[in-house]
Write a protein that binds this ligand. Structure first.
Ligand SMILES: Cc1ncc(COP(=O)(O)O)c(C=O)c1O
Length: 372
């Protein structure tokens, strides 16, 4: 029940990867045939991903993670000789928010636009915040905590009119929202493998042809000199397979998961003391975010864990910290309520029986731990 934190590698992905972990272990820069098999695997993967996203293979860059892709965009699109202005939102992932803090140290300025009570960014505020030196707009495609799917096409139009670069963090959207980059016009887009059945430690940054961005890791000529380091071939093959499968089964998976989500939400809302967070429409198919009135979410997470149920208190990346969720604060929840949230993120591998079991255990836990 915590697929937004990470997913299990699928059998298809594992099968595609294994030859590159065993016999085909060559360095893709080597000119002998073992190396060239690796080179071919990388370039075929790039072609496969580009076909699904409807972009050119040369616009796909492999990175180590969603966080790396986000850091690359924020840190390397700015002009070091100018004071740049960047617009983002209050509900971004820490990979964006902390990168913004990092570039602020060098004299750049950032504006974080607010969201409404369902987590949708305020488009009027976005337009109003644009200045002559606004270089980049970075707004996430879908929120990892409350599942809000942002109006990416509208944001893109605003950016286009003003000739400003537009990046979107699509780490949670990939595989969960049907899109391609012919229909929506973005300059850069971040993806992470482990959210969609590929391994941890592999990501993608789509960079539209013509966008000026500096290399992120200096070194050899890998990724056309933009991101050095010997390629992680097995994981590149893995993420390509995961994306291929996600696109092949997209409608079926989205329909199944969102029906299961709505069924589970309805049952959860019958429990006394549960408040629902996030939007009703335009929500990630697997996202359920609830506030447990007068119950510590950590206690509930531990209780559910005794029954082998994995859920997240707030977002996984913020777990371990006891700060209230910045996303829930941004949608107007009180500090106390923002500390008491639980995120369930189901996917097409979950069943109705599992959801019934989870609802039953949450209901039990609410009675046991109220005010404790
Ligand atoms: C919206 C969003 N962006 C970025 C990331 C970071 O991705 P990665 O774990 O691949 O670094 C996450 C991970 O939770 C996320 O949900």
């Amino acid at each position: 029940m915590d697929n937004a934190a990470t997913t299990k590698i699928t059998e298809n992905v594992l099968k595609a990867m294994l030859p590159y972990l065993r016999e085909n272990y060559g360095n893709a820069s080597a000119i002998y045939s073992l190396g060239q098999k690796s080179r071919a695997a990388i370039e075929n993967s790039r072609i496969k991903i580009a076909e699904n996203l409807k972009v050119k293979p040369s616009e796909i860059y492999f990175t180590s993670s969603g966080s790396e892709s986000d850091n690359w965009v924020i840190k390397e699109t700015l002009n070091p000789r100018e004071k740049n202005h960047i617009i983002s939102s209050k509900i971004e992932h820490p990979a964006i928010l902390n990168s913004l803090k990092s570039v602020e140290r060098f004299g750049n300025e950032t504006s974080l636009i607010s969201v409404d009570e369902e987590g949708f960014v305020n488009l009027d505020e976005l337009s109003e915040k644009i200045k002559d030196n606004t270089k980049l707009i970075s707004i996430m495609f879908a929120n990892n905590e409350i599942g809000t799917i942002e109006p990416i096409s509208e944001i893109s139009k605003i950016a286009r009119e003003k000739n400003i670069l537009f990046h979107t963090d699509a780490v949670q959207a990939m595989g969960n929202v049907k899109f391609n980059l012919k229909d929506i016009d973005v300059d850069m887009l971040s993806i992470s493998g482990h959210k969609l059945g590929a391994p941890k430690g592999i990501g993608i940054l789509y960079i539209k042809e013509g966008v000026e961005i500096s290399p992120f890791i200096n070194g050899g000529e890998q990724e056309r000199g933009m991101r050095a380091s010997t390629e992680n071939i097995a994981s590149i093959v893995g993420i390509a397979k995961a994306i291929e499968d996600a696109y092949a089964n997209m409608d079926e998976n989205i329909n199944y998961t969102s029906d299961l989500r709505d069924y589970t939400i309805e049952k959860l809302l019958n429990i006394d003391g549960i408040i629902f967070n996030g939007p009703i429409d335009n929500r990630l198919p697997g996202n359920i975010n609830i506030t447990l009135k007068d119950t510590k979410p950590q206690t509930m997470v531990q209780y559910l864990d005794m029954y082998d149920i994995c859920v997240s208190s707030g977002s996984a990346c913020a777990a371990g910290s006891i700060n209230p969720s910045h996303v829930l604060r941004a949608i107007g929840r009180s500090e106390e309520d923002s500390l008491s949230t639980l995120r369930l993120s189901i996917n097409h591998n979950n069943t109705k029986e599992e959801c019934d079991y989870v609802v039953e255990k949450i209901s039990e836990g609410m009675k046991k731990f109220k005010n404790r």
